[in-house]
Design a protein around this ligand. Sequence first.
Ligand code: ADP
Ligand code: MG
Length: 249
Amino acid sequence: PGAAGPALRVEGLSRHFGSLRAVDDVSFEVAPGSRHAVIGPNGAGKSTLFALVAGALPATSGSVWLHGEDVTSLTEHGRARRGLVRTFQHSSLFLTATARENVLLAVQRRHGIQARPWGAVRRRRALLEEADAVLERLFLHRRSGQAAGALSHGERRQLEVAVALATSPSVLLLDEPAAGMSPADTQAFQEIVLALPSDVTVLLVEHDLDLVFGVADRVTVMQLGQHLLTGDPAQVRASDAVQKAYLGA
Ligand code: ADP
Ligand code: MG
């Protein structure tokens, strides 16, 4: 439903912690196929907003819409089943399984194969091909036989995206992917975001402005829980209000 409308819309979204308005009446839209970044100084409410959109945290008020459907009352799992998928945390990777096996498990989940994962030989081959295509897209094909636990920090982040992508999301949520990454890993991660399929909408919450301006076609700026501005990267760079927010005014 709602193919022509925004992929994702938040409407008057708020989350209060006691008297603190961590997210305060935020509204914006994410266009289908866009690479949309949410930025803002520390404490702006980015992580809280991300949790509200993913469904990991209930909103105090407001709503979240996915392709025209109100998903506010759905759990994180319910939203994921409708295609709103966040990257999985490190802890959700099977560290002793190979990169390929981790992606294959996600492909199997997507096809609803649980009881007899190895099924018919032909089907197994098709699933493996799907897993390998995802690994190749994420530049991990040379690592496919490595245990996830043996990958570098940056490669594990890549694998988390691969696992999320293997579930065939319509909207992919990336939560501060560059956090704790070296400059080289961040640079590599930029290539990965740029290589994601164009029909997957990406909402990226990120502190690293080099990464944001390297990948985003649309940027939402938050400050002290509030929506400051949504615009294209040039508009955001040129904004006096954004400059002030980042200089800690
Ligand atoms: P950002 O990710 O932009 O740095 P956060 O969303 O983490 O911002 O935090 C926004 C504000 O909400 C901060 O003042 C933070 O201290 C507060 N906050 C976040 N989570 C909680 C929580 N679980 N309980 C109380 N305050 C919180
Ligand atoms: Mg944060």
